[in-house]
Design a protein. Sequence first.
Length: 68
Amino acid sequence: MAAPPKKAFALRLDPAVHAAVERLAAAELRSANAQIEMLLREALKARGVDVAKGQPIRRGRPPRGEDT
């Protein structure tokens, strides 16, 4: 079972904020997109908003006999 696709949308950021996110992402070995999502989840959690985690993306070759 494949994970549902992620919602794509345009996000306008101040260049300084974007640069800071990219630096933090590089330091934590994440993409800027993954870093923004993590920061948003942390901010929501700090405000008491519970967000369910999605299904993790399955990587690698599927086991034999499993439908793709």
